[in-house]
Design a protein around this ligand. Structure first.
Ligand code: NAD
Length: 427
């Protein structure tokens, strides 16, 4: 059954939600304050790189089931369901900043029809359904938590094939109405109270971050004892209680969610009187990982980085996205610049000339990035890097020196060509 839905905020989560909900047969209006983005989307131009999203937006515009607007009253007045997909950045004290959510609620509150279900999809602290209800200024609408678990790069696939749909509502009928939006998707529903739903999202992201930091810590041990982290992960991951997902070593984790969500959970725990030292350690191990990668680059550059040029492959926070927010690659690049190096970068998702920072040049070609560089540093796991012609790379570089922070290149092929190689967790 088609339901009139409004999605507030058309970023990675909002645009995916809107496009997928229209694909599922609902009538969707997407509201944003960014006029240029709305104009672009109305013409079918998708401003972010997300596999499959362009096709769904095109489909929605074609069927008339998807439209974009900046007019909040027009957008929400006839909606039965309103999704809030607004930014919740990290505040100065580590807790989530709810100002975007509160502002949007104040804006749409007066125009909502009585009985509208307002669903919070943003990642928010426990108790935010009450904050939303207060900011809407309405006691005749329902506020529900329905956190989103999609991963950037696979957002459309994840939305349409969720592992679960979590619904936090005080009213069972309202929860069922929210669940019915997802009918047809093969996923169990977890229907619970709003506080538990809100906590589930933070716990999921914090657990994933802990897995990643744990693997990076084990990688450091592997290097010292002569073990190979790739084999260690394989051997451990076949244990069904552990699994292989989120068990990759790397330059540190980042992106728009894990850093802010781990800090927010530490802050939530703090407020509740619990010192979440385990999660704080997860964050600390990650902070140290950026410097560990820089130390490896210094190592292959003869001990110091001043005046050196580093070819960096990949700047986005992971492969498959154009998102640079809180990218671990950028954290490593920052440290390289501080140490006096300059960086020539190539990233399949970034246009040449893209401004990143003084001392960073973004070029158009994987081999151009290597020209006369003192070392090559792989920072993101784009598949294009695995397919690079290593003979050409060797010809372009000044020194045959590689740091592979994602263990993505063929170590033996590099060694056969005489490269001095540093990987993560293997020698
Ligand atoms: N990005 C992810 O992978 C991901 C995954 C799961 C959950 N989340 C959570 O979802 C939320 C949104 O994340 P995102 O990455 O989509 O954010 P985003 O920054 O990509 O998009 C937010 C959008 O909201 C718009 N906006 C801001 N104020 C507005 C207002 N008053 N009215 C209408 N639109 C407004 C902005 O213009 C922007 O287009 C966050 O809480 C995030 O933690 C993100």
């Amino acid at each position: 059954m088609s339901t009139p839905i409004t999605v507030v905020g058309t970023g990675y989560v909002g645009l995916t939600t809107g496009a997928c909900m229209s694909h599922l047969g609902h009538d969707v209006t997407c509201l944003d304050i960014d006029e240029s983005k709305v104009a672009m989307l109305s013409r079918g131009h998708v401003p972010i790189l997300e596999e499959g999203l362009y096709r769904l937006v095109e489909e929605g515009l074609g069927t008339g089931r998807l439209r974009f607007t900046t007019d909040s009253a027009d957008a929400v007045s006839s909606a039965e369901i309103v999704f809030l997909c607004l930014p919740t950045p990290q505040g100065a004290d580590g807790s989530a900043d709810l100002s975007f959510v509160k502002n949007a609620c104040a804006q749409i509150g007066p125009s909502l029809a009585a009985g509208t279900i307002v669903i919070n999809k943003s990642t928010v602290p426990v108790g935010t359904t009450k904050v939303v209800a207060a900011a809407l200024g309405r006691d005749d609408v329902h506020v529900v938590s329905n956190p989103e678990f999609l991963a950037q790069g696979t957002a459309v696939h994840d939305f349409l094939n969720p592992d679960r749909v979590v619904i936090g509502a005080d009213d069972r009928e309202v929860a069922l109405k929210v669940g019915s939006l997802y009918l047809g998707l093969p996923a169990p529903w977890v229907v619970t109270d709003p506080a538990s739903a809100e906590l589930i999202k933070y716990v999921a992201n914090s657990f994933l971050a802990t897995k990643l930091s744990f693997v990076n810590a084990v990688a450091a041990v592997s290097e010292s004892v002569g073990a190979d982290i790739e084999d260690v992960i394989r051997g451990v991951g076949y244990d069904r209680r552990i699994g292989h997902d989120f068990m990759r070593p790397g330059p540190g984790w980042g992106g728009s969610c894990l850093p802010k969500d781990t800090r927010a959970l530490v802050s939530i725990a703090d407020g509740a009187g619990y010192d979440f030292a385990l999660l704080q350690q997860t964050i600390d191990v990650n902070e140290a990982q950026f410097q560990r990668i820089v130390d490896k680059v210094a190592d292959v550059c003869g001990g110091q980085l001043g005046g050196k040029t580093v070819a960096a492959w990949g700047l986005t926070f992971k492969a498959g996205t154009d998102d640079l927010r809180d990218s671990p690659a950028l954290r490593v690049v920052e440290l390289l610049l501080e140490a006096g190096a300059s960086v020539r970068a190539y990233d399949p998702a970034l246009k040449p000339g893209r401004e990143i920072a003084d001392g960073v040049e973004v070029v158009a070609d994987i081999y151009e990035s290597c020209r006369d560089a003192d070392a090559l540093l792989v920072l993101t796991e784009w598949s294009e890097f695995r397919r690079a012609d290593l003979d050409r790379v060797a010809d372009e570089l000044k020194n045959l020196a590689v740091v592979d922070s994602r263990n993505t290149l063929d170590l033996n092929a590099l060694k056969r060509r005489g490269f001095d190689v540093r990987a993560v967790g293997r020698t």
